[in-house]
Structures are given as structure tokens and as C-alpha cells.
Ligand binder design. Structure first.
Ligand code: COS
Length: 367
């Protein structure tokens, strides 16, 4: 089942589907094999206007609804999960400026996003993943500036972004200027994305560069993740749908015991179950996007959509490999890359455990 889209969202879905088929899908295997960040895809998203999808019109962006952004990320992730993930990471990094930035910050960050440069979201640290409040990066006031010291990890688009929004604790500390990125991660999946560390050694950050109020950074980070989780759900929809299509093609085209595999209930029923789950995942995800567009709280619907969709994607890639049989375990097999790409969806921007914790905390007796 497909969501009912308005004309604007349907237009961007069709555009994304065409661009993904013509430009992103053909390079997906190469990016994965070579673990190469696709600079040429950034030129494509600038050319097509997709780079400014989150950016308000006053900063020359396309000001798309979250519903339209969701459909764009879904389409692109189905063709190339790395490209879907790196686009989602670009929007995540820009959300703090959009939510809490001054006019000057919004113009700088959101305007640059439209032109192809990016901003990365830097929250996670060794020992502070799920427990976001446990970060140890500290920031010292220095006249009209701030000097953060610490190390961030798992920075999406690290080393290719021109700006970083860094979350730190206000606490006196060291004073030696510098930013170092010296570790690019070797990953199991979404290998076309760049993931790095970010070491801060008292680098000077002008006071005017801090989005929102000092002392409210944790809330801003959590609000940003609330929206980011809708984008991760959209990535999950794309990967799940791509895996479902692969499984269906193989199950209808390959024969065993004189009949297409799909005629065996062991396979046909699993595909039928997956079609239901995929439709339910779509409804949850587009409902979360609609809630955001309507100005309603997105924390719980986003959490539910991210957790459920990434787990449906898990079952979809598993079934795709299964339906290919022995060929599913041999390279090359079209089901193998989605099988690896899916895994991160249950980890980043809040693990599936966190996505259960967020709604669990809102459950009250009698509800
Ligand atoms: N939006 C805005 N504010 C929020 C919020 C949200 N979604 N969730 C919590 N807050 C606020 C709370 O209201 C509280 O404010 P006060 O101190 O004024 O009362 C503050 O933030 C701390 O909240 P809480 O006490 O619930 O924090 P906890 O440390 O118990 O845990 C969770 C909060 C677990 C929900 C949070 O740490 C989380 O989401 N962790 C996952 C982080 C994550 O996704 N990491 C991936 C990194 S990005 S790849």
C-alpha cells in the first residue's frame, strides 16, 4: 500500500524516483565495494533542488513538507541506501539551526545546505550513545567565544561537512585550539557514506555560532533526533521495499519441485506477511511525517515509526537472502548489499531499545 500524497509530495517522489534510477542506482554497487563517498551525487542533488528540501524559501530552499522529504528519502534509499543515508544526515545536521538558530545562523547553515555544503550532527561519544546526557565533551567560556574539548564519534558526513554542530557540557577545562578528524570508519553497510571521529582540543567557537540557549543543548539534540528518526524510518521503507521487490522477483521467477517458489506456502505466506508489515510501516512513517507537518509532537510517532520500520526492513532483507537460496550467500547477489545496509537502521539515531523506551515512558494507566 502506498501513502496518499498531495501534488507537491507526489511531484518530488517522482523526481526522486527518476534521479535515483538514472544516477544513484548505477553507482550503488561501486560505492559499496570501494567504500567511496559520492561527491558527484552532491552535484546532482544541488542541480535537482533536492539539497534544499528542508530549507525554507527565504534561504533559497524548496521548503518541502516532511511528508515530501520522507518520500524522497524512501525512493533514494531503495536505489542506493548510502545516498539516502547521507542525504538524511545532511538534513539532521541542519535541524538545530532550523529549530533554534538566529537569523544569521539559519542563513549561513541552511543557505549553504542548498549550495551543496553540509553540516554534521556531533553528539555521540565513546560511552555516550544511548545515554545522551552522559557526554563528557566540555566547553569553556573564553571572552566572547566558547572552547569545546573532547572527542565525538560516528559523525555522519565527517570530513566532508564544512560545519559541525557539537553538543558539549559547560564546565571549565583545557585551552588548546584544534579540530582533528583522523579516523574514517570501515563499515559493514552504507559504505558510500562517510563516518568519522571529531576531536576538539579547545577550538575557538564564536558565541554567535551557538544555536539556541547555552544550557539547553540536550533538549535541542533530542528534538533534532525526534525529527531525524522519521528520516531513518524513511530509509527503512526504501531498503525494505527494495528487498521485497527482489524477493518477489526471485520467488516468482525461480522454480523448485516444478513450480515457482512463491507457490510454496513457506515462501508465499512470508511474502504476504511482509507486504502487510511494509504497508503498516508506511502508515506509521507517513503519520509521523504528517504529525510534524501539522505542528504536532513527533517524538512518540517518530520513535514508533523508526523502530517498526527498521525491524520490518530487517525481516525483508533476511527474506530476500533466503529466497535466493545458495545464490543468496554467493557474491555477487543483489540481496547482499541491502542485507548489510539495513543493519545500521536499528542502531543509529537511537537503538531499537531506545525507541521502545521513548513510548514506554508515555504509557499511563487507563490510557
Ligand atoms: N525533546 C525535547 N526535550 C526532551 C526530549 C525530547 N524528545 N526528551 C527528553 N527531553 C528533556 C526532558 O524533558 C528533560 O528536561 P528537564 O531536565 O528540563 O526535565 C531532559 O530532556 C532530560 O530528559 P530525561 O530525564 O528523560 O533524560 P534521560 O537521560 O533519562 O534519557 C533518552 C532520555 C533516553 C530519551 C535520551 O537520552 C535519548 O533519546 N537517547 C538516545 C540518544 C540517541 O538517539 N543517540 C544516537 C545518537 S545520534 S547517531
Amino acid at each position: 500500500m502506498e501513502p496518499t500524497l498531495d501534488d507537491e509530495a507526489a511531484h518530488w517522489r517522482d523526481l526522486a524516483r527518476t534521479v535515483a534510477a538514472e544516477r544513484f542506482a548505477p553507482l550503488a554497487g561501486e560505492l559499496d565495494r570501494e567504500q567511496r563517498y559520492p561527491g558527484e551525487h552532491i552535484a546532482t542533488v544541488v542541480e535537482t533542488g533536492l539539497s534544499g528540501m528542508l530549507v525554507p524559501a527565504e534561504y533559497d530552499g524548496r521548503a518541502l513538507s516532511m511528508t515530501a522529504i520522507t518520500t524522497v528519502i524512501e525512493e533514494i534509499s531503495a536505489a542506493c541506501a548510502s545516498t539516502g543515508a547521507l542525504l538524511a544526515a545532511r538534513t539532521l545536521g541542519a535541524v538545530p539551526a532550523r529549530l533554534a538558530g538566529t537569523e544569521e545562523q539559519r542563513r549561513a547553515v541552511l543557505g549553504a545546505l542548498t549550495d551543496g555544503s553540509a553540516i554534521s550532527f556531533a553528539l555521540t561519544e565513546e560511552g555516550a550513545g544511548s545515554d545522551a546526557a552522559a557526554i563528557r565533551t566540555r566547553v569553556e567560556a573564553d571572552g566572547d567565544a566558547h572552547r569545546p574539548t573532547g572527542e565525538k564519534i560516528y559523525i555522519g558526513n565527517g570530513g566532508v561537512s564544512s560545519r559541525y554542530v557539537v553538543f558539549a557540557k559547560t564546565d571549565p577545562g583545557a585551552d588548546a585550539p584544534g579540530v582533528t578528524i583522523d579516523r574514517i570508519e570501515d563499515k559493514m553497510g552504507i559504505r558510500g557514506t562517510r563516518t568519522s571521529n571529531l576531536e576538539l582540543d579547545g577550538v575557538r567557537v564564536a558565541a554567535g555560532a551557538v544555536p539556541g540557549e547555552v544550557g539547553r543543548g540536550l533538549k535541542l539534540a533530542l528534538q533534532t533526533l525526534d525529527l531525524g528518526r522519521v528520516s531513518v524510518a524513511a530509509q527503512g521503507l526504501g531498503i525494505a521495499h527494495a528487498a521485497y521487490r527482489l524477493a518477489v522477483a526471485e520467488a516468482t521467477g525461480r522454480h523448485a519441485f516444478g513450480t515457482p517458489l512463491i507457490d510454496n506456502q513457506g515462501i508465499g505466506f512470508r511474502l504476504a506477511d511482509l507486504a502487510v508489515e511494509l504497508s503498516a510501516a508506511r502508515m506509521l512513517t507517513y503519520e509521523a511525517a504528517r504529525a510534524y507537518d501539522a505542528g504536532q509532537p513527533v517524538s512518540v510517532p517518530g520513535s514508533m515509526a523508526k523502530r517498526y520500520t527498521s525491524e520490518v526492513a530487517h525481516r525483508a532483507v533476511d527474506l530476500a537472502v533466503r529466497v535466493f537460496g545458495g545464490a543468496g550467500f554467493r557474491k555477487p547477489c543483489p540481496a547482499e548489499r541491502p542485507y548489510r545496509d539495513q543493519r545500521v537502521l536499528e542502531i543509529y539515531e537511537g537503538s531499537s531499545e531506545i525507541q521502545r523506551l521513548v513510548p514506554a515512558r508515555t504509557i499511563t494507566a487507563g490510557a
